[in-house]
Ligand binder design. Structure first.
Ligand code: PEP
Ligand code: MN
Length: 339
């Protein structure tokens, strides 16, 4: 159920509704908005009796929710979510770019790339310390050592660190060294990991699963939010199809499709979405043109020596070109045209 408060509802009227929800053994998710506050209710198995709420002071409407989503939906929060990390945002007016190598390989490599990322004015640095590799014999990441390098990058350049946690113990570590938890495509339906990320104070970048439908992806976000973490950013990174000319098929129609349903920001990953260096810039342009709130881009100072995903890594020069071009495209996209 969803309770919409009147525009002039007071704090104490909101608190009163929340306390009744709690007394029923359910959880209240209070979402203040530009014009009104809404309260989502989770934890119920069957329907909640709307008559318990509709006559309470300050309540405009109690609505039974028939869709599978309760918290990601525009019904609960008609204004777009803006995820804030310090003074950087995802989902706000600025195009959010997250750039860096696939994996942190050494301090020298991370710093060489971070230097360029900082110079481009981009606010977020990516790099995996724990890598989910197809083969157990492939480079698995530097582990905590990699996270320490990321923390040094943050210190030296003021970049916000986005890095993947493969499991619940990984979330503990990312909380210690990073600014945003990445949940990878392979873990999109790792429900205990989603719940753990939902109890974190850090925002979460939730990648779309390798063959996940829109519903499955949004319900994965719902798992995180149901635990009380509302700072979720969706990431379209391509899905598996019959196509052989790309690593994955980047589903750009997912961006306007998500917009219709959800207030959550959505970013595009043209690196994993294509797997090929020469396709990354064109698809990054397209991602911004279709209305994404940002991009996540793999870049390497020496792509030919990369320990993972070298084929899709941009050179530092290509990266500079990309940033320039996508910013120009973003300039001409007005919020009204991407709604
Ligand atoms: C990555 O970002 O390096 C990664 C492993 O991505 P995905 O989970 O989308 O494959
Ligand atoms: Mn990668």
């Amino acid at each position: 159920m969803l309770i919409v408060m009147k525009t002039d509802a007071t704090e104490s009227e909101i608190d009163h509704v929340v306390s009744i929800v709690n007394e029923l053994g359910l959880r209240a998710h209070t979402m203040p908005g530009a014009t009104r506050t809404a309260i989502g209710i989770t934890g119920n198995q069957g329907a909640v009796d709307v008559t318990r709420f509709e006559n309470l002071p300050g309540v405009a409407e109690a609505i039974r929710v028939s869709k599978p989503y309760k918290l990601i939906t525009l019904d609960l929060r008609p204004d777009k979510t803006v995820v804030r990390i310090g003074d950087a945002t995802i989902g706000g007016d600025e195009l959010a770019i997250i750039a860096g190598p696939c994996a942190i390989e050494s301090r020298a490599q991370a710093f060489a790339i971070a230097e360029s990322v900082r110079r481009s004015g981009v606010r977020f640095f990516r790099g995996g310390a724990f890598k989910p590799r197809t083969s157990p014999y492939a480079f698995q990441g530097l582990g905590e050592e990699g996270l320490k390098i990321l923390a040094e990058v943050r210190e030296a350049y003021g970049l916000k660190i986005v890095t993947e946690a493969l499991d619940e113990a990984g979330v503990d570590l990312v909380e210690r060294y990073g600014d945003m938890i990445q949940i990878g495509a392979r873990n999109m339906q790792n429900f205990s990991l989603l719940r753990r990320a939902g109890r974190s104070r850090l925002p979460v970048l939730l990648k779309r699963g390798l063959a996940a439908t829109l519903d499955e992806w949004l319900l994965a976000a719902e798992y995180i939010m149901a635990e009380g973490n509302y700072n979720v950013v969706l990431c379209e990174r391509g899905v598996r199809t019959f196509a052989q000319h790309t690593r994955n098929t980047l589903d750009l129609a997912a961006i306007p499709a998500v917009r219709r349903i959800s207030h959550l920001p959505v970013v595009v990953d043209p690196s994993h979405g294509t797997g090929k260096n020469h396709m990354v810039i064109p698809l990054a342009r397209a991602g911004v043109a279709v209305g994404a709130d940002g991009l996540i881009i793999e870049v390497h100072d020496q792509p030919e020596r990369a320990l993972s995903d070298g084929a899709q890594a941009l050179t530092l020069e290509q990266y500079d070109q990309l940033v320039q071009e996508v910013r120009a495209i973003h300039e001409v996209i007005t919020p009204a045209t991407v709604g």
